[in-house]
Design a protein around this ligand. Structure first.
Ligand SMILES: Cc1cc2nc3c(=O)[nH]c(=O)nc-3n(C[C@H](O)[C@H](O)[C@H](O)COP(=O)(O)OP(=O)(O)OC[C@H]3O[C@@H](n4cnc5c(N)ncnc54)[C@H](O)[C@@H]3O)c2cc1C
Length: 404
């Protein structure tokens, strides 16, 4: 499946950063990872950095899946409000999910600092009520987060207009968010993996998988066989093809990026990402080179050709909506694109084995608007599973949640 269309900015900006050879011979390794996107890269890095023998298999070029299409806002704020998660799973699990995502941003900062030059920067996150009837929900959400120690402020209409020029009933301002270049991060992590002795193969498509109780046998489209003690399925939205059970639904999201905007005109948007309570939501954030990256207009289109045909119209709608919000902002679109993502019913991801394949095949489904923070958490979680250690998120992020 084609996972993006048009030219995502990250791919244009960075080009093909690292090319890896295709697999030529049969191979044995301790952990095989299918997928060279940000999820596979973070998991492989975590494992290799802790002494595991890892090989990554990517059917195209690494990072070229939805990771290159991502707008990469790093937030602890999950698409499902903490109040709603608490109603569904209880306060403890809601707090666990939110607090873990906040921690994940710090872990991503550590990784970014380590590998350098991936446009990581801390930002504020402004979540405004799109409609007056959403105001009560946002106030409840604010109160719950504040009571659990999150760094949040409630901005009433006047303060919101004064500080950000936004006309909305109320907003939650969070001081724990960040941005990153996800394509560059994935590529640099995988290059480091190679230097550390791990293996990375581009243009190597896994076509068959046989998972047993002691290991996993895989076959590529060219007929090579791979034997691994464990398999991590980090194939993005394609991971669902390996399950009979329906665990998520695919969606398309649309984005465009502007030409660089003068700092005076960008104002508070230079270090504040903005999103809203309507679903699907409009979202925007700046880049290190002073552009504004704008996304939203999600729909249920799951056919690449139909999705591609919508990019121009969707980008125009996104531009109109931002212009309504910030009439003074110069918005000159430079690139527009679309990408596939998947949503789970509760906004949480799935990391771990599924009964269909047994304990040696670990799914890494970082689905939802917080995909990248989930991938960071999934790296620690799956490493713990492979090392037969307990992890605080194993249960909540497992497929067992579907039986609750
Ligand atoms: C427009 C858009 C905006 C987004 N915005 C945000 C955001 O602001 N914040 C956020 O956190 N997340 C965001 N996301 C989600 C985030 O981008 C994803 O969670 C993340 O990129 C998923 O990474 P991945 O590595 O799991 O998947 P991918 O990047 O898709 O990587 C999976 C890889 O597996 C490969 N593969 C699949 N099958 C096989 C096979 N059989 N053999 C070999 N290789 C295979 C694919 O080629 C692909 O490269 C956004 C997504 C989109 C599309």
């Amino acid at each position: 499946m084609d996972l993006k269309s048009g030219y995502p900015y990250w791919a244009v900006k960075n080009g093909l950063m690292n090319a890896f050879p295709p697999l030529q011979d049969d191979l044995r390794c301790e952990v095989a990872v299918i997928g060279g996107g940000i999820t596979g890269a973070l998991i492989a890095d975590e494992l290799a950095g802790n002494g595991h023998d890892v090989a990554v298999f990517e059917q195209r070029d690494v990072g070229w899946g939805s990771s290159s299409a991502s707008t990469a806002l790093l937030q602890y704020e999950i698409d499902t409000h903490m109040t709603d998660l608490a109603k569904r799973y209880g306060q403890d699990d809601a707090l666990l999910a939110y607090a873990s995502c906040a921690e994940a941003i710090e872990l991503l900062q550590d990784k970014a600092r380590d590998i350098r030059d991936v446009d990581f920067a801390w930002m504020d996150s402004l979540y405004y009520a799109s409609k007056r009837r959403h105001a009560g929900t946002l106030r409840d959400e604010f109160a719950l987060r504040l009571s659990h120690g999150f760094q949040v402020e409630l901005l009433e209409r006047e303060a919101l207009a004064g500080r950000y020029g936004i006309d909305a009933p109320v907003a939650i301002l969070s001081h724990q968010a960040a941005r990153i270049d996800p394509y560059r991060m994935a590529s640099r992590l995988l290059a480091r993996l190679r230097k550390r002795g791990g293996q990375v193969f581009d243009r190597t498509r896994i076509e068959r998988i046989q998972a047993g109780s002691r290991g996993v046998l895989m076959q590529t489209s060219e007929g090579q066989q791979i034997r691994a003690g464990h398999l991590v399925m980090a194939a993005g939205y394609a991971s669902q093809h390996w399950l009979k059970q329906n665990v998520a639904r695919n969606r398309s999201s649309y984005a465009f990026i502007t030409d660089p905007i003068e700092p005076e005109a960008l104002g508070a948007l230079a270090d504040t990402m903005v999103w809203e309570s309507a679903r699907p939501y409009l979202y925007m954030r700046s880049t290190g080179d002073g552009r504004l990256l704008i996304g939203g207009e999600d729909d249920s289109v799951d056919v690449p050709a139909r999705r591609d045909a919508r990019v121009d119209k969707k980008a125009k709608t996104l531009r109109r909506r931002v212009a309504e919000l910030f009439p003074e902002l110069p918005l000159q679109p430079a690139f527009a694109w679309a990408g596939t993502f998947a949503e789970t019913s509760d906004g949480l991801p799935f990391f771990g084995p599924h009964p269909q394949h047994g304990p040696r095949l670990h799914f890494a489904m970082a689905y939802g608007g917080n995909g990248i923070t989930y991938s960071m958490l999934g790296a620690g979680l799956l490493r713990a599973r492979i090392e037969k250690r307990k992890h605080r998120l194993s249960e909540l992020f497992s497929f067992k949640r579907l039986d609750r």
